[in-house]
Design a protein around this ligand. Structure first.
Ligand code: KG4
Length: 336
């Protein structure tokens, strides 16, 4: 089954062609990051307009790369939330038009379900059930994936997403947007134990997380150094920050897997590209006897293939949308 998959939830326009949920025939991504970097973060109005400009060309390019004609498509899958509402609307309307014009089914896909499904492309042997740690710019979730379309949230951030926190911390350290990758590189040059940053706990909710206090701690350190003229060891601060994020994510993922009896942990989302987090997850999973899957870097960030992968399993489960499909800024991963 050939699915045209569309993703426009933030600042990447992506269109992919995916076969049977597992094989990526093409994945065209147009990143707007350079444009938003001028403003230090995503400007929603610009994001929507840029999606509009490139989406049809990207679809043509993806079909050409896949060697598939429009009449060869069996369905269209699209991210319908969560995300920047204007940005998601562009993808939803484009996908609706294609499905309507070709007379093929339209499949609505939850963006974070898509991130998790990127692993189905990367690892053909992977099947649910498993525990997923989904960490991106807009979402930080610990999810029990009981089946392809049966997901339950065990823990979530109560405030900022981990990626958002990386971006804000990077900004005060003078790094460009998006800050995750530059922070990753800078942290590799840092010394351990120079800075001591907080790790939050949410009382009574062992798998929930909070990143805003960590973000504020980095901002305060940077401002204090600026005001007093004290030298800031940026690399060591980046390392302390990354370790604090990892300390909030990794033990919770292991404990959640233990609590729901899963033997396999799957990482997903843009922050799963972080080299320190990847090695900490590997270390912890090896020590505790869990099988770990982390997608290759190209499948961590937003892409269309992940939407095609999840779209396939939603299709098999009978999920369809009509022309009244709307975009959702927020959306529970357990709902469809
Ligand atoms: O998954 P994604 O592309 O978009 C959302 O669905 O939100 O994630 C983007 C986030 C950004 O916050 C970016 O800074 C972060 O992922 N990121 C990283 C790394 N690469 C990207 N964070 C930490 N380390 C990285 N290497």
């Amino acid at each position: 089954m050939l699915i045209l998959a569309v993703e426009t939830s933030c600042d990447e326009t992506a269109v992919a062609v995916v076969e049977d949920g597992r094989r990526m025939l093409a994945d065209r991504i147009a990143s707007q990051a350079d444009m938003h970097a001028l403003y230090g973060g995503v400007v929603p109005e610009i994001a929507s307009r840029k999606h509009m400009e490139v989406i049809a060309q990207l679809a043509d390019a993806a079909l050409a790369e896949a060697g598939v004609g429009r009449d060869g498509l069996d369905a269209v899958a699209v991210t319908y939330g969560p995300g920047l509402i204007g940005a998601v609307l562009v993808g939803v309307n484009f996908a609706k038009s294609v499905a309507w014009a070709l007379g093929i089914p339209l499949i609505p896909v939850h963006h974070v379900r898509g991130h998790i499904a990127a692993n189905y492309i990367a690892f053909p042997e992977l099947t649910p059930p498993f525990l997923a740690l989904a960490v991106s710019g807009g979402n930080t979730l610990i999810v029990d994936v009981k089946d392809y379309t049966d997901l339950t949230v065990l823990g979530a951030t109560r405030d900022d997403a981990a990626g958002e926190c990386f971006d804000k911390a990077a900004r005060v350290l003078g790094l460009p947007y998006p800050g995750g990758a530059p922070m990753d590189a800078l942290a590799r040059e840092g010394q351990e134990s120079v800075y001591d940053l907080p790790r939050a706990r949410v009382s009574g909710s062992p798998f929930d997380m909070s990143f805003s206090g960590l973000k504020t701690a980095v901002v305060n350190l940077a401002h204090h150094a600026e005001q007093t003229g004290e030298a800031l060891d940026k690399a060591s601060l980046a390392l302390a920050f990354t370790r604090a994020v990892s300390d909030m994510l990794v033990p919770r993922a292991i404990a959640a897997a233990q609590a729901c009896g899963r033997r396999c942990i799957v990482a997903a989302g843009g922050v799963a590209a972080n080299s320190f987090l990847r090695s900490e997850l590997e270390r912890a999973c090896a020590a505790e006897g869990y099988r770990l899957y982390i997608p290759p870097l190209a499948l961590c960030g937003d892409n269309g293939a992940m939407i095609g992968a999840q779209g396939y399993y939603e299709y098999l489960a009978g999920v369809r949308a009509g022309t009244s499909l709307n975009a959702c800024a927020t959306l529970d991963i357990g709902t469809l």
